[in-house]
Design a protein around this ligand. Structure first.
Ligand code: FAD
Length: 281
């Protein structure tokens, strides 16, 4: 059983205080690693680095930074990777990144960064000596030309040196299990970890889902909407949904779980507790 938690760099002092509490509470669950997201632009590369450094300095956790190459020139990337090497980082979540996440930043001209994620993964592995973790999309990436092309692309990332993929979040266990079957049939043998998003805020999650292509099952929203504004009931529903999802996946042999915590630990901790995942020693 492997457990990992994803965080984002806190945006201000209030966020930093909340993050410190979340980190302390979730560290007690002894995750295999925690990861820290990045924006696609250089501006947030520093906040990701600072958060990674903070986690390394204040906890015993194994920490994995995300790097989106899309707006990093080769020069910036080499410096960043050197900084991470000096911190003792060994694994990187290697991503393209979304151009829209940082507004008003000019695109880099062709030739100044990697042309695609496959080349980035290859370079991280062979030239820089990192262990790249990559993304996978059970509901198909919205920009993919077809489900097959998406799968072929994942295969190429695996052939370039990725040994582990974490999925985008999804709503039903079936979505993940069908994707896992397709991967195996396609001969993609990387470890596949489901990305679990406990639902704290339905409106926000539906917005995420629309932008990243996660398909919302018919009738799904009513399970939350029926609670109106009752925050306790909504919290319990979020716990119940994520727990059911993980329980079904476990029955199908899934042993690793990556939680998108959104820097909020309580719901993730409840789900891990219900599943008896790495109880505090
Ligand atoms: P790739 O593996 O490069 O591509 C996935 C699919 O999309 C392929 O089929 C590819 O052909 C297609 N595709 C991608 N881009 C294009 C394009 N421009 N034109 C045509 N087809 C395209 N984003 C962040 O900014 N920061 C993060 O920290 C971050 N963390 C993530 C963590 C996980 C586990 C996941 C699943 C996603 C994360 N993302 C993050 C989102 C990710 O950057 C976006 O989904 C991005 O659009 C694709 O990057 P990728 O490396 O996942 O895609």
């Amino acid at each position: 059983m492997h457990l990992s938690f994803e965080f984002f760099p806190p945006k201000n002092d209030i966020g930093a205080a909340a993050f410190a509490t979340t980190l302390r509470n979730l560290e007690a669950l002894r995750p295999d690693f925690v990861s820290v997201t990045c924006g696609a632009g250089g501006s947030s590369t520093k906040t990701t680095y600072d958060t990674v450094q903070h986690i390394r300095n204040t906890t015993a956790l194994h920490v994995v930074p995300h790097i989106a190459y899309i707006r990093q020139s080769f020069t910036q990337m080499t410096r960043l990777l050197g900084d991470y090497k000096n911190l003792g980082v060994q694994q990187i979540v290697a991503l393209r990144g979304d151009p829209a996440t940082v507004k008003n930043e000019p695109e880099l001209p062709p030739g100044e960064t990697y042309p695609n994620t496959v080349d980035f993964v290859l370079d991280l592995k062979t030239r820089h000596g990192f262990d790249p973790i990559v993304s996978a999309y059970p509901d198909v990436h919205p920009l993919a030309l077809s489900p097959q092309q998406d799968l072929d692309h994942l295969k190429r990332k695996a052939e370039a040196g990725a040994t582990h993929a974490i999925t985008q979040f999804f709503f039903t266990a079936d979505t993940f299990l069908r994707f896992r079957d397709k991967m195996r049939i396609a001969g993609i043998n990387v470890a596949l970890t489901p990305g679990i998003l406990p639902i704290h805020n339905l409106t926000q999650v539906l917005k995420f889902a629309t932008s990243c292509g996660a398909k919302i099952p018919e009738g799904f929203t009513s399970r939350f909407e029926r609670h109106g504004t009752d925050q306790n009931a909504l919290f319990e529903e979020g716990v119940a949904h994520a727990t059911e999802l993980c329980q079904t996946l476990r029955r199908e042999g899934v042993e690793d779980f990556h939680f998108y915590t959104l820097n909020r630990g309580a719901m993730t901790a409840r789900v891990c507790g219900a599943l008896k995942l790495n109880p505090p020693s």
